[in-house]
Design a protein around this ligand. Structure first.
Ligand code: GAP
Length: 519
């Protein structure tokens, strides 16, 4: 089947290979053949992820943006349990409604998310009439399709010149729910038609048991979102922190979803990290705050180096909205153009108006009053919630994709153009040769810098190879100690992106780095 071409310049295979080669991300349990949907972060991936996490926490909690009136917003943090009382997930709607429709292929034994497996048919451009009986799922084998279909359109499919022959492929909405269409559909990798099963609802929460006895009474769940831990602590925070509406509660942490089809590297995995903030406000002010957060979240990702052309905002259609956002002013996604979605975009963060859904549900299910008394308005009400919910793991992937810059003129052939604030290694220190007093000067500089920044001292191999290694892991600055350093106390600074070199005083290196990393 003809599928959308991926971003032409960079392939995911190259990116995944660099992540493995340079210690960013490894398949989990690799020694045992891996485990689908789980990933381990290596030394550099851990630094990168921590830097993104810290940037979010700093810009959201420690130093949040100014509100529309110019005053700094008030946002506090929590760190709640991954396992909560299972009644939490009944109240939140996850036990009943956090499902994905799943179909199995009886022939190939593959499993798909029904809403992600597009079925195509062919229609005539002039009349819009369907070519009888042609139904193929995205990724179905063209040769097989031709073998199982009438000869007249076989050559058209083979050459992908449908349009010049007056036909086009069109998706068939809801195809898998229709047993006749399902019976005629060729699935990816299948030889026979009609091998896909009817879609079944599948709950995405991981189940576990708490305590020694494993029965229905000891069932618990790994949290599928960090958000509920915030709602559970809304009253605790109100009672202890002297916060007043509007204010926010933020949390970063692991979430778990037993995804039907984990895919695209760390984009959709079964264990991942989220950075979520619930903004509690008066119901009348929710629409303005919703706009405010949509705008701020896009700008924030840009400030980290994601380019404008690779970012877009997309409003959810009514049928896509999560159960908690149904009656609100909606959900906007901040989307990024990943290589596997290009020329389209994939979700990076959702900004949802969750209304008072969650607080009301917990009030009702727990039987505890969660309303807020607003002294300024002299009014008691249930606050509405605007929720910017970002993926930390997905953010790491976006940063890696954006940074990956092929450059045939460099020995490394590729360099990672990370924003210095996020780069896993901020600077490298190289003695030009490993003798004549240079290693000692380099070691002293390394000691001075590492107090404040992750820096690396590298004394081995020729200087070109050392630069190449740093380019590939995205180190923005390299300081080289050479013979001149010993006489005039200056070092060479090499800038990763421009490849320009300049000399600065040895005693200015720390200030040089501080300025560029924090600025
Ligand atoms: N509390 C709302 C919530 O969880 P979501 O859109 O389901 O909303 C928020 O998730 C973000 O978490 C997404 O925008 C995405 O970045 C990330 N995310 C969700 N599922 C993921 C998965 N299976 N793997 C990696 N990241 C995921």
């Amino acid at each position: 089947m003809p599928t959308e071409t991926s971003r032409t310049t960079v392939s995911m295979e190259e990116i995944v290979a660099l992540c493995k080669r340079r210690g960013f991300i490894f398949p989990a349990s690799e020694l045992y053949g891996g485990i689908n949907g789980f990933w381990d972060y290596g030394p550099l991936g851990t630094e990168l992820k921590n830097n993104l996490r810290d940037a979010w926490w700093n810009d959201m909690v420690r130093c949040p943006p100014a509100g529309p009136d110019g005053n700094a917003l008030s946002i506090v943090g929590v760190d709640s349990s991954i396992v909560q009382n299972p009644r939490v997930w009944e109240a939140s709607g996850h036990v009943g409604g956090f499902n994905d429709p799943m179909v199995d292929d009886r022939e190939t034994k593959a499993r798909y998310r029904a809403d992600q497996l597009t079925v195509f048919t062919i229609e005539r451009l002039d009349t819009g009439a369907h070519v009888g009986g042609y139904f193929a799922a995205e990724g179905a084998d063209d040769a097989q399709l031709i073998a199982t279909h009438k000869k007249s359109i076989a050559s058209l499919i083979r050459k992908f010149d449908l349009e010049t022959c007056g036909y086009r492929l069109v998706p068939v909405p809801g195809a898998l729910d229709d047993s006749t269409i399902r019976g005629a559909t060729l699935a990816p990798g299948a030889k026979e038609r009609g091998t896909l099963t009817e879609p079944r609802q599948f709950n995405l929460m991981f189940k576990t048991y708490v305590g020694a006895v494993q029965d229905e009474d000891s069932v618990a769940y790994l949290r599928p979102e960090t958000a509920q831990g915030i709602f559970l602590n809304f009253k605790n925070v109100l009672d202890t922190m002297r916060v007043r509406i509007p204010f926010g509660i933020a949390q970063i942490g692991k979430a778990f979803r037993n995804e039907v089809t984990p895919r695209n590297f760390i984009f959709r995995s079964r264990e991942f990290e989220q950075m979520e903030m619930e903004w509690f406000c008066h119901p009348d002010e929710a629409p303005q705050w919703y706009e405010f957060w949509c705008d701020r979240r896009r700008t924030w990702w840009q400030s980290l180096g994601l380019s404008d052309e690779n970012l877009c905002m997309r409003s959810h259609d009514d049928d896509e909205r999560a159960h908690y956002a149904k009656t609100g002013c909606g959900t906007f996604d901040v989307e990024y153009r990943f290589p596997f979605t290009a020329p389209g975009f994939g979700e990076l963060e959702g900004v949802a108006h969750r209304t008072d859904f969650d607080l009301k549900q917990h009030q009702q299910h727990a039987g505890v009053k969660l309303e807020y008394f607003d002294q300024e308005r002299n009014e008691r009400y249930m606050p509405h919630v605007i929720e910017p919910a970002a993926g930390l793991s997905r953010g790491v992937l976006a940063l890696i994709c954006e940074a990956y810059t092929p450059d045939p003129d460099r020995p490394s052939k590729v360099y990672m153009k990370f924003n210095p604030r996020l780069a896993p290694i901020k600077a490298a220190i190289f003695p030009l040769v490993n003798k004549d007093g240079m290693p000692e000067v380099a070691a002293r500089l390394h000691d001075e810098l590492r107090a404040n920044h992750p820096v690396q001292l590298d004394v081995k191999q020729n200087i070109g190879k050392r630069y190449a290694r740093m380019d590939e892991v995205g180190t923005p600055y390299c300081f080289t100690i050479d013979a001149d350093t010993l006489t005039d106390q200056t070092v060479t600074v090499r800038h990763r992106d421009s490849l320009q070199q300049e000399r600065i005083g040895l005693d200015h290196v720390a200030a040089f780095l501080d300025e560029r990393i924090s600025g």
